[in-house]
Design a protein around this ligand. Structure first.
Ligand SMILES: [Zn+2]
Length: 418
């Protein structure tokens, strides 16, 4: 602790020193190791972290006192005293995740062990202007916590996955095309004030990638999560780490080429995802092919029902125009997927989102072959194409996981022990 002498020497006020920062970092490390691998003993933890037994014992004692880990028993191996093993205290903290889709609000509650203890879905209120949606979120968060009998002081915070663009540093939703009337909404601060808990904002595609990594991690995998909701966007995971941008355009695939013969786009290009492959465009193609009755492609509910109808007919009549529409859509996303796989040297493409159930059957049949036929490194490895293993609430779960990461540990890695 050299804060005073450091100030005297440099003449500037500096917060903290290396020493407490390292201590905080070590706590995070130990808590994370225990969360990922329950049943580690103190000597296992010493081996994995390189800390001294004295330091490690102090950290474990603090974590136990803070109610974040507990003794899970003692194991005896060989000679000597039995060793204490630890696990996280699942009820030590909870995080709430919320996914705002233009059609529905999905809530998920995670405990400290990462288990999903509740999932709830409710329709987005009509009208879907910010004041009404904020009321619905406020009510939804309080209701699920009350139902689970979770006291507020055990809640680490609320993570919100929303369509982009967002201004992440300021916590503002910036006029997403899918949420009409949402123009520069300070969602983070508004919800923080109402709920009196920390609120973290993230784009839905990035949150979905986080949910996938949190619930179904594969060691060091690099993949793109192609999120198909009301719109379409990509979350990027590099060596097991979810990459996050400022929220402005990270993972935006709207102007990637999906169909070289497709319609012209406002960007000057042709056949962009924006005009030829987003879920509303697939429905428009279905109408043009005579496979669907006319519907409003700007209405997320109508799009979802229309895609389900295409999937139903396609299953029943394999050569139908409905089947051909879905196969064209699969071809478009295969083109996008291979561009991402080549650019980022990906191991896998993972599809998910609220429209995924309708597209799954056709996409998993068509996309893997198309991607691997064009993948640049195909002579020595292939790209796996799969659907999400988490399902519908993947965005909400990712947002909740983000809360555990961001609100319990500050920017320097210090653990907040309340
Ligand atoms: Zn374009």
């Amino acid at each position: 602790m050299s804060g005073a002498s450091e100030t005297a020497m440099t003449g500037a006020v500096r917060r903290g020193t290396n020493l407490p920062r390292v201590a905080g970092y070590n706590q995070v490390l130990v808590l994370d190791l225990i969360r990922r691998a329950p049943g580690l003993s103190r000597s296992d933890l010493v081996r994995r972290t390189g800390l001294t037994m004295q330091t490690l014992s102090n950290i474990c004692r603090r974590l136990v006192e803070a109610g974040l880990i507990r003794e899970a028993g003692r194991v005896r191996s060989g000679m000597g005293a039995p060793r204490i093993v630890y696990e996280v205290e699942p009820e030590g903290r909870y995080a709430v995740g919320l996914h705002i889709d233009p059609a529905r609000l999905t809530f998920a509650v995670l405990d400290l062990a990462g288990k999903v203890v509740a999932e709830r879905t409710s329709p987005v209120p009509d009208p879907s202007d910010p004041p009404h949606v904020l009321d619905a979120i406020d009510g939804g968060v309080r209701a699920v916590l009350r139902e689970l009998e979770i006291p507020m002081d055990r809640v680490a915070g609320l993570g919100v996955a929303t369509p982009g663009p967002i201004d992440a540093p300021r916590g503002v939703v910036v006029a997403p095309p899918q949420l009409p009337g949402w123009d520069l909404v300070p969602l983070r601060d508004d919800l923080q004030a109402r709920l009196e808990m920390p609120v973290v904002l993230e784009k839905d595609n990035t949150a979905a990638a986080m949910g996938e990594v949190w619930k179904a991690p594969r060691d060091g995998e690099s993949f793109a999560f192609l999120y198909l909701g009301t719109g379409a966007a990509a979350g990027i995971v590099r060596d097991g780490e979810v990459l996050r941008g400022s929220g402005a355009s990270f993972g935006n695939i709207a102007h990637m080429a999906a169909d070289p013969d497709g319609p012209h786009c406002s960007c000057g290009g042709r056949g962009c995802v924006n005009v030829s492959a987003w879920p509303g465009a697939i429905v428009a193609d279905g109408m043009a092919a005579g496979a669907l009755e006319p519907v409003d492609t700007g209405d997320p509910h109508a799009v979802e029902l229309a895609l389900a109808e295409l999937a139903r007919v396609s299953r029943e009549v394999p050569d139908s125009s409905a089947a051909q529409v879905l196969e064209r859509a699969a071809g478009s996303f295969a083109r996008v997927a291979v561009q991402l796989a080549n650019l980022l040297d990906l191991d896998a493409i993972v599809f998910g989102g609220s429209q995924w159930p309708a597209l799954e059957e056709t996409f998993l049949r068509v996309v893997p072959e198309l991607v691997n036929r064009a993948f640049i490194a195909r002579s020595f490895r292939s790209v796996e194409v799969r659907g999400t293993s988490v399902g519908g609430p993947v965005g909400a779960i990712g947002a909740a996981a983000l809360v555990l990461q961001e609100t319990m540990f500050d920017a320097t890695g210090q653990l907040h022990l309340q």
